[in-house]
Ligand binder design. Structure first.
Ligand SMILES: Cc1cc2nc3c(=O)[nH]c(=O)nc-3n(C[C@H](O)[C@H](O)[C@H](O)COP(=O)(O)OP(=O)(O)OC[C@H]3O[C@@H](n4cnc5c(N)ncnc54)[C@H](O)[C@@H]3O)c2cc1C
Length: 447
């Protein structure tokens, strides 16, 4: 049986690296990696999608990533901050209350303890209910509004549990009176490649399956045939018995014919954010040694700044430093439409104001735009994604990965799902069973 794996990002390559069947990976770009690609220029290394750190509650996914990197990795410890009223507050905010002006600290603690909100039905209500008015209004609401580019009251709740950790009561009290505590402990210690940025992880996987990757093949047409599938990029054709798609679900639907109106409407209603990253290389290093800074201020367009030279000193030439400025935007909104020069000007002014940049030191600058960055869980998300997935599943195409499944998956989840899927296919004793999925559809892949 021959499997076509559409997309050579982390998920596609994970599946490929574990597959015992005959397969081929089709990747539209000249290099694999998707969101996990890194730019190497003038001695600087930047991850296109902002510094990607390796962490997980699932040790086997971490082990998988470190094994793929061989010995090209080291461990770091998070030192993130939140820029609040001109100073840098410990992250997460609820663990940094004693860094706030005293009145603000009091308001956060008082409302956290008083908490008299009714049980929530949307993300905004959940924030009030879980953290109280002080923490909600000073940080969580403005920051989340910026990073999701969406009103928190328009977001559903189904994804929040487990993803936004609830701090223990004693930690918030300790943090308010100045006893150090740590939140989000699962990402406190992280791993990162010593050389080559996060793309080094991709290269480790590529090595295992190199002769089975076809690059510069953008899937444009997918036709179901009597005994399988025919995939075309408009020039060449490929035939497979089974198709696994890790490409964005919109690209997959565009390549299929005769999509029912209901499915088209549901997919048009799925929402996502794009990302603009501004990559800056600096002469010298007068930056604080933070890993990242979060910006809730409404008048700054960017929401997060990361420091690649902290993740690995090899990300910069000796004696230099670097910044990655992240701004979420929706394709064609007023931010997305700004020219690169305008984005650079705005970011530079903002960073100077926050004391993070001396513009005279900038020796490298580049603006990168990623169309698919963050899935938005709006209130109709579950209904719309249900219609879309149900249709694709019935066709017999298996979805796996961040924008293929249209879920907020980090690298560890992509790896987990990719490995589970490959294992399931490998261990399926009946080839017949698999080809039935391909021909008639069905719920082959249960997470
Ligand atoms: C800003 C940001 C920061 C992040 N930071 C972290 C982090 O610190 N830690 C972490 O664990 N995770 C992080 N992530 C998540 C991580 O990037 C993703 O989980 C992971 O890269 C998704 O991999 P994927 O293969 O599913 O999708 P993608 O990376 O999107 O791969 C899809 C692939 O399909 C290809 N493709 C698309 N269309 C076609 C077509 N028509 N034909 C053929 N090929 C096609 C693309 O070129 C791409 O290579 C971050 C994500 C973002 C956006």
């Amino acid at each position: 049986m021959k499997i076509g794996i559409l997309g050579g990002g982390l998920t596609g390559l994970t599946i490929a690296s574990q597959s015992k069947n005959e397969f081929e990976v089709l990747e539209k770009n000249s290099d694999c990696g998707g969101l996990c690609r890194s730019l190497k220029e003038n001695g600087f290394t930047f991850d296109y999608g902002g510094a990607h750190i390796i962490y997980s509650k699932d040790q086997s996914s971490v082990d998988f990533m470190l094994k793929s990197l061989k010995d090209n990795w080291h461990q770091g410890r998070r030192d993130n901050k939140i820029y609040y009223k001109g100073s840098f507050v410990k992250y997460p905010f609820e663990n940094g209350l004693s860094d706030l002006p005293k009145e603000d600290n009091f308001e956060c603690l008082y409302h956290y303890l008083k908490n008299d909100y009714p049980p929530p039905s949307d993300f905004k209500e959940w924030i009030y209910f879980t953290f109280g008015k002080g923490i909600a209004e000073k940080y969580l609401l403005p920051y989340n509004k910026k990073v999701w580019n969406t009103e928190p009251e328009d977001m559903s709740l189904h994804w929040v549990e487990g993803r936004v950790p609830k701090p223990p009561l004693e930690d918030v009290i300790k943090s308010a009176i100045g006893i150090p505590t740590e939140g989000y402990t699962h990402q406190l210690n992280f791993f990162y490649p010593k050389e080559g940025g996060i793309q080094a992880l991709i290269q480790g996987l590529e090595e295992k399956v190199e002769n089975k990757i076809t690059r510069n093949f953008a899937v444009k047409k997918i036709s179901k045939e009597k005994n399988g599938w025919c995939i075309s990029d408009g020039e060449g054709q490929r035939k497979y018995d089974l198709v696994i798609s890790t490409i964005p679900v919109f690209d997959l639907l565009n390549a299929l014919e005769d999509i029912p109106e209901e499915v088209k409407t549901a997919s048009d209603r799925l929402q996502y954010n794009s990302l603009i990253t501004i990559l800056l290389g600096l002469e010298g290093n007068s930056l604080p040694s933070y890993t990242a800074v979060y910006f809730p201020d409404e008048d700054l367009k960017f929401n997060r700044v990361g420091f690649p030279h902290i993740f690995s000193p090899n990300n910069v030439p000796e004696g230099y430093s670097s910044l990655v400025v992240e701004t979420t935007a929706k394709e064609n909104d007023s931010t997305w439409r700004l020219s690169d020069e305008e984005l650079l000007r705005h970011s530079t002014q903002g960073l100077v104001r926050c004391g993070l940049l001396d513009p005279k030191k900038v020796c490298f600058k580049k603006v990168v735009r990623s169309k698919y960055a963050y899935v938005i869980y709006d209130k109709d998300y579950l209904k719309n994604i249900g219609i879309v997935k149900n249709y694709i599943e019935k066709l017999g195409i298996i979805l796996c990965g961040r924008f293929a499944e249209f879920e907020y998956l980090n690298m560890d989840a992509c790896i987990q799902r990719g490995r589970n899927l490959a294992e399931k296919i490998n261990s399926s004793s009946k080839e017949e069973e698999l080809s039935l999925v391909s021909k008639k559809g069905g719920n082959f892949y249960e997470k």
